[in-house]
Ligand binder design. Sequence first.
Ligand SMILES: *[C@@H]1O[C@H](CO)[C@@H](O)[C@H](O)[C@H]1NC(C)=O
Ligand SMILES: *[C@@H]1O[C@H](CO)[C@@H](O)[C@H](O)[C@H]1NC(C)=O
Ligand SMILES: *[C@@H]1O[C@H](CO)[C@@H](O)[C@H](O)[C@H]1NC(C)=O
Ligand SMILES: [Ca+2]
Ligand SMILES: [Ca+2]
Length: 615
Amino acid sequence: MKQCLGLLGLFSPVKSGYLTNNFVVELQPEYLPETQSLLKRHGLEVRSVPDGLLGENTFLLKRSGMPNLLKKSQAENYMRELARDYRIRRTYPMEPLRRDKRGMRGDTFEPDTRAKGGYHGQDPLWNAEWYIQNTGQDDGTPGLDLNVTHVWQRGFTGRGVTVAILDDGVDYNHPDLFPNYSPEDSWDFSGNDPYPYPRWTSNGFNSHGTRCAGEIAAVADNGICGVGIAYNSKIAAVRMLDQPYMTDAIEASSMGFRPQNIDIYSASWGPTDDGKTVDGPRELTLQAMRDGVNKGRNGKGSIYVWASGDGGPFDDCNLDGYASSMWTISINSAVNDGETAIYDESCSSIVASTFSSGKVGARSNAGVATTDLYGNCTMKHSGTSAAAPEAAGVIALALEANPDLTWRDVQHLLVYTSKKRTLSDPRHPWQVNGAGFLFNHLFGFGVIDAGSLVEEALKWKNAPERKSCIVGEMEIDKMTFTGGEPVEMSFNTDSCAGKSNEVNYIEHVQAFISVKTSRRGDLAINMTSPMSTTSKLLQPRPRDDDSVVGLNEWPFVSVQFWGERSRGEWKVRVALSELTLQQQQAKVLKWKLVIHGTKDPWSHIPSHMSDKIKS
Ligand SMILES: *[C@@H]1O[C@H](CO)[C@@H](O)[C@H](O)[C@H]1NC(C)=O
Ligand SMILES: *[C@@H]1O[C@H](CO)[C@@H](O)[C@H](O)[C@H]1NC(C)=O
Ligand SMILES: *[C@@H]1O[C@H](CO)[C@@H](O)[C@H](O)[C@H]1NC(C)=O
Ligand SMILES: [Ca+2]
Ligand SMILES: [Ca+2]
């Protein structure tokens, strides 16, 4: 399915008028033997990218001795110079992008000797790891945790599974990480070498990846820091967040890195969470993700786990094209007492939640206990940054239990087995969709339950083949105003009945929508399915005062119709809410509906489905 429709070139660049000094260059094949002399002549050095990312005879090159950013005219002159070399067929520059890591805000050792499966509580931070086992420490709700110890008891600890941390590097010499570190599956795309070690700064800014890694794979019972959720899994470090500007090639290289060895990619970063950015993956990165899910893990598909974002109620993660992609699993977080964390964003593409903060007021806002830079430990990791690696760790346990799970099976299992528990958000009530799944606009299908996930993974049969039905595309030209009647659009569909891409049972639904508006932040968009489930595709963003770009075939994704039947009338309503004193207007130009799912129902219905339906 082409997801990149119209995505290219619709974002405002980070720094207009500038390009990075990274260029993609394709050589005439007959001159390949002259590559070295050609590079030397033009002062270029090769940056490594995974095989197949750029096509034949094509390299990602950096001009040595030049600043990271070049004035556009300067870069263009240089490209013209390259183009005059008869050995070069084609060249194009890399645009500078801005990507932020999530969650960069800012004890006593009592060994717990009760056996927990293979784990004996012999790590100083074990009692602080309430996200693994919540006994009510730090004012949390006892029992409200990821239910991991059951799985350890069953003997699953992530053995044979490799999880990559796409981040600012990992302190792989850390004694609590080193035994699980996989150097051959690691790379430094920021520094272009095999050593993804974090760059030193005086304030520990580059501790993010190391903290995420410990949540997944800190070593058990070694008396250092805590224990990882999948403490026998392998951790791969892909350093890619620490260069002056992000490029499409670095993102694509990272997401497409060693897809036959790496099973799960954990990412806690994305476009700026300022409540006014609309940005997403570009051409090469979309290709890398598509290849990942289609070809990674020997065709079972790479699993991309994504932090849903830390923009709080001011942002909507459906406008973050990484978190909202149907190829990623977007993970939100809850506090240890089941409430919403202040930084949580909401959106219709969130699949499930884990935990990332203790209750405010308890042990100075207890964070997530994990490994830190330079062999240290921390109890202060937080944000949805801390939530995504927990999900990656739990998924690693499920993949050990059943290595045949596809990327979609993992999403199915999360939908089926995540739980409401005591999670509650003041703004977003729990709803039941037409297939009987409880969902929440902020927490997705609920908190991940490792115990149930692994039990069901053991019994799971692969979901039937995925089909994608393009229901239709409609050009319209309808206006709405603040306080006026919303623009309503609908398709009545048989969802490709009788064709090879017939869909009956829904997985993801995408609505590509184009709108011009005098204030983008005032837009509110709902979609209602034939089974009468309403999903909020976009909620107003008070800080977004864009009046120029609007939305251009933006791919909104909802997972909230999961399992519903797809035939019948689909409705979209676009309205403007009253966020400002002025009257605003919006002109809806186009919408296109694509339903992904299966023709046949999946044969495996987990036993506890009935208790999901109870609220
Ligand atoms: C981390 O460890 C280093 C060296 O062991 C030490 O100098 C430093 O103060 C520690 N940092 C923190 C934040 O504890
Ligand atoms: C934890 O998982 C086990 C299965 O391993 C399940 O029996 C139990 O009900 C789960 N606990 C909770 C609180 O959901
Ligand atoms: C979307 O649905 C919510 C809840 O059902 C409702 O409060 C809101 O007004 C709707 N917005 C639009 C644009 O229809
Ligand atoms: Ca340890
Ligand atoms: Ca965001």
